[in-house]
Write a protein that binds this ligand. Sequence first.
Ligand SMILES: *[C@@H]1O[C@H](CO)[C@@H](O)[C@H](O)[C@H]1NC(C)=O
Ligand SMILES: *[C@@H]1O[C@H](CO)[C@@H](O)[C@H](O)[C@H]1NC(C)=O
Ligand SMILES: *[C@@H]1O[C@H](CO)[C@@H](O)[C@H](O)[C@H]1NC(C)=O
Ligand SMILES: *[C@@H]1O[C@H](CO)[C@@H](O)[C@H](O)[C@H]1NC(C)=O
Ligand SMILES: *[C@@H]1O[C@H](CO)[C@@H](O)[C@H](O)[C@H]1NC(C)=O
Ligand SMILES: *[C@@H]1O[C@H](CO)[C@@H](O)[C@H](O)[C@H]1NC(C)=O
Length: 425
Amino acid sequence: MFLKILLLSLLIPFCIAIDTVTANESLPDSGILLSKERNFALGFFSPISSRYRYLGIWYNKLLPEQTVVWVANRENPINDSSGALSMSSDGNLVLHASTDQNFPIWSTNVSLKGRNACKAQLLDSGNLVLVQNERIVWQSFDYPTDTMLPGIRLGLDLKNGFNRFLTSWRSADDPGIGDFSFKLNPTGSPQFFLYKGLIPYWRGNPWTPSVSPTIPQYLFRYTFTNTEDEIYYSFAVDDKSVITRTVVDNSGLLQSLNWDNGSRRWKQSWWAPKYPYGHCGPYSICNFNNVDAYECTCLPGYKPKSLMNWYFRHGSAGCVRKQQQTSMCRNREGFIKVAGVKLPDTSIASSMNKSMSSFGCEQLCLRNCSCKAFAISDFEMKGVYCLTWYGELMDMTEYRGGSDLYVRVDKIELGTFLLLLLALP
Ligand SMILES: *[C@@H]1O[C@H](CO)[C@@H](O)[C@H](O)[C@H]1NC(C)=O
Ligand SMILES: *[C@@H]1O[C@H](CO)[C@@H](O)[C@H](O)[C@H]1NC(C)=O
Ligand SMILES: *[C@@H]1O[C@H](CO)[C@@H](O)[C@H](O)[C@H]1NC(C)=O
Ligand SMILES: *[C@@H]1O[C@H](CO)[C@@H](O)[C@H](O)[C@H]1NC(C)=O
Ligand SMILES: *[C@@H]1O[C@H](CO)[C@@H](O)[C@H](O)[C@H]1NC(C)=O
Ligand SMILES: *[C@@H]1O[C@H](CO)[C@@H](O)[C@H](O)[C@H]1NC(C)=O
């Protein structure tokens, strides 16, 4: 009985504000903040074989693993247990250690209006929020580390020029900024890249209205938004028993993982890259399904730049025009459809805001002799969304459910293609 009362009295102070930090409160190295339903914990941790201390957020219930989803002081580890998270007099969250009491190791560093009390709260989504006057003034979801959780919006906030992206840890025991990042590139028409340093390592599908705004799939809802205010990708899960995250690891693997309650382990459900960016070179398509043949094939009207390289399966030099002496500029050229591909790199593409007809899109491309290809996708049933490419066509992949690409070809290629069509039974 006595023990019970003692336990209760120990529990009560925690129950009041287990998930928040307010003015004059401090979270020491030994402390822990739990979200309301105890899904996530905020506290200090050391990666596997590291003696450094970091402030981070991890899943609280998924034992025995400690899966960290966010780190505050990635680049400024604390080398002892003197770290403490507190609220500064201006309402910002600050992280101090014994080594530097004057200058914080990390801070939310937002300018706050007035002296109204702030509070910091760890939500059950894994988001740490700083709230002033019921308004979120800072959130960890705006500063993701290597992990994307449901609700995080990866991409650009165009109003304040803010790009949210993932960056890998440096190594399994160093959460510092590593080589790989998964980031929106808004140049041309928006698309996501996995970068190694500044170099594209893998590319996601470009944005088109047909993959927008919300694609319902089994358990998940994916959103890709492209407006004047923001361009972002996010996903949501309605079933609370589904625990999922997308992470870029320090070897450059981008993967989606689901928690398997039976084996108590993370299970991979999707991963990239299967082949790196530009694996087959310009004007060439990768096809992983054809096990017997070489995975690179040239677009219609193109041939391997070097047959020797092709024979030895080095595709990165790509393909060149078959008839280089035949102009493709107002010389009875046309388009050949390539069905079911990941559309080429859209950083050299331009897109039409407004819906137009598919004929209009074809004419738009035909009129401009530097236009190499076009693609159309349904635009809210009111017409089509038109994408046109002006430059080298890079990084296409054949896959079921891919888009149709219309490739500009000269009159000889077009003639041969039409003859072949006629010869079909
Ligand atoms: C925090 O501490 C200061 C000075 O010790 C005090 O004036 C203030 O009222 C305290 N604030 C809260 C919310 O307890
Ligand atoms: C921790 O870091 C500080 C500042 O870099 C240094 O002065 C101190 O010696 C370090 N302590 C240990 C135990 O390594
Ligand atoms: C806070 O932000 C300002 C301006 O954005 C910057 O100059 C300053 O270095 C930042 N301070 C910290 C501690 O990060
Ligand atoms: C996970 O497994 C535990 C037992 O190992 C069980 O108590 C719990 O209800 C399960 N959770 C879900 C969401 O299935
Ligand atoms: C697209 O929309 C933006 C903003 O509404 C506008 O500034 C731009 O001129 C438009 N571009 C085209 C090609 O219509
Ligand atoms: C063709 O399109 C490119 C890219 O949009 C543009 O820079 C160029 O001026 C256009 N040329 C003509 C003749 O319209």
